[in-house]
Write a protein that binds this ligand. Structure first.
Ligand code: HAM
Length: 443
């Protein structure tokens, strides 16, 4: 049997690969306008970073991490020997922990400095059960802003998220922006106890996992996909009734700023998000059709304790990530046409083998001048070469024939009007640029 890509992964074939490049480029352009700078962190980090950062009691860390051991260490482990903690590595399940680690390691937010605004894009890995919209390797674009605690940065990030989602043409009526506050270390413990008590009181109507979570992480019960649990949790205590004055004021200001710029949102006291680092603002964009249970296309929030938890000075933080594959599914469900491949500028069709060398040289010159050019390398008939030019959506076909070449001329066919012109060879590049081919802009 031929070897297939691993379950839960997918190849991005040329059209899809181009789409991902465009998606990333568009995001970076928009986020760049808000002052964000690119950062690339490793695809794997010490496992300890995710355990401390994301939380041991989350599904992402307790069940879904791809943990890797390098060859020599694997032998040691198999032989029952201990290995150093720093040799336990995991593929990143998300981007925040790695960016925060890099910010601490390189001191990107020295005392009194302006916030570090960072953006990233790349693959993330979660060993989840694959299904539509749920992959084991998926792509995210994201931002992290470290060192700003004002609610205006929360509102700004949400604006940026929505601006990007609108820019890729996900219909606004299909998106819902959910907003909540998770409180802080002062007010959340009381709330957590209330939810724990509520779960224990309603244990007979909740699934086993929700009940066992009552001890370790009661708020996770809000995330349970079991409809019976969801109904019970609808009546659970609401965080918004337990926020301390500072958290309430922060939350109200975020909402006020969003109202001012008319970004619609739905308050969702059940939104707890699946990662443990959040404090105060959390948000998520869900789409109404096409994605079933995996309907969150992006989300994020504030994490004012995370930097300390992974060993840095107290520094507030906030960010979000958008899932590429789920956005594409949302666009497909909304029948939004995806960008077409841009055709090539010029195809050189050789009448016989002898003229190929000249075509090769002309193509070389045009490509150097920023004009995309292609020619046949398989000695195909003229008819097949025209078919190839059609397939490549060539704007022009330069027909290189021995008779014309003898007079230092070629025939140029305009593939839109199907008219032909005979032109002098030295004028070929002038001709092509003068008839309106834009240089450079290949997508
Ligand atoms: P997250 O909600 O776990 O947040 O993931 C963000 C987005 O990644 C989701 O909304 C979804 O579109 C996509 N996604 C997650 N898991 C999968 C999967 N298995 N298959 C396909 N797509 C998936 C985070 O990752 C946080 N780091 C966001 C953040 C940044 N919070 C603060 N800063």
């Amino acid at each position: 049997m031929t070897i297939q890509a691993p379950e839960g992964t997918c190849d991005l074939l040329p059209d899809e690969a181009r789409r991902w490049d465009n998606f990333r480029r568009r995001a970076f352009e928009i986020f760049g306008n808000f002052g964000y700078q690119p950062i690339h962190t490793p695809i794997f980090e010490q496992t300890e970073l995710f355990v401390r950062g994301i939380g041991n009691a989350t599904d992402v860390v307790s069940k879904e991490m791809f943990t890797t051991i390098s060859g020599g260490n694997l032998e040691k482990l198999l032989a029952g020997e201990e290995i150093k903690d720093k040799s336990r590595l995991s593929l990143r399940p998300e981007g925040t922990a790695g960016v925060v680690r890099a910010v601490i390691q390189h001191d990107l937010v020295p005392n009194g400095a302006a916030p570090a605004k960072l953006m990233y894009a790349g693959p993330m890995f979660r060993a989840e059960r694959p299904q539509k919209g749920r992959l084991r390797q998926f792509r995210q674009i994201g931002i992290e802003c470290l060192g700003a605690d004002s609610p205006s940065i929360d509102a700004e990030a949400i604006t940026m998220l929505m601006t990007f989602l609108h820019s890729i043409a996900i219909p606004p009526e299909r998106m819902t922006l959910l907003l909540n506050s998770m409180g802080c270390e002062k007010c959340r413990p009381t709330y957590r106890e209330k939810v724990r008590a509520y779960i224990l009181e309603n244990a007979e109507n909740l699934c086993e996992e929700c009940c066992s979570r009552a001890q370790s992480n009661p708020l996770r019960a809000f995330d349970c996909k079991n409809p019976k649990c969801a109904r019970v949790m609808d009546f659970a205590p609401r965080i918004t009734d337990y926020l301390c004055d500072d958290c309430r004021e922060h939350h109200e200001t975020v909402k006020d700023l969003l109202d001012e710029i008319e970004i619609p949102y739905t308050e969702s006291p059940k939104l707890v998000r699946g990662l443990d680092y959040y404090t105060r603002t959390v948000f998520e964009v869900q789409v109404s059709t096409g994605l079933g249970a995996q309907n969150a296309i992006g989300g994020g929030g504030r994490y004012d304790r995370l930097v300390e938890e992974v060993g840095g000075r107290p520094t507030s933080g906030l960010g979000f990530a958008i899932g590429y594959e789920r956005c594409i599914l949302a666009l497909e469900a909304a029948c939004v046409p995806l960008a077409k491949q841009r055709g090539i500028d010029v195809f050189f069709a050789c009448v016989n083998e002898e003229v190929r060398k000249r075509a090769f040289i002309m193509a070389y010159k045009l490509r150097n001048a920023g004009i995309s050019a292609e020619l046949d390398h398989q000695n195909r008939s003229l008819k097949s070469q025209f078919k190839m030019a059609d397939k490549l959506q060539a704007r022009w076909v330069v027909i290189v024939g021995p008779e014309e070449l003898a007079q230092e001329k070629v025939r140029v066919r305009d593939m839109q009007t199907h008219t032909e012109t005979v032109i002098d060879l030295p004028a070929i590049d002038n001709f092509i640029s003068s008839v309106g081919i834009t240089l450079g802009e290949a997508l």
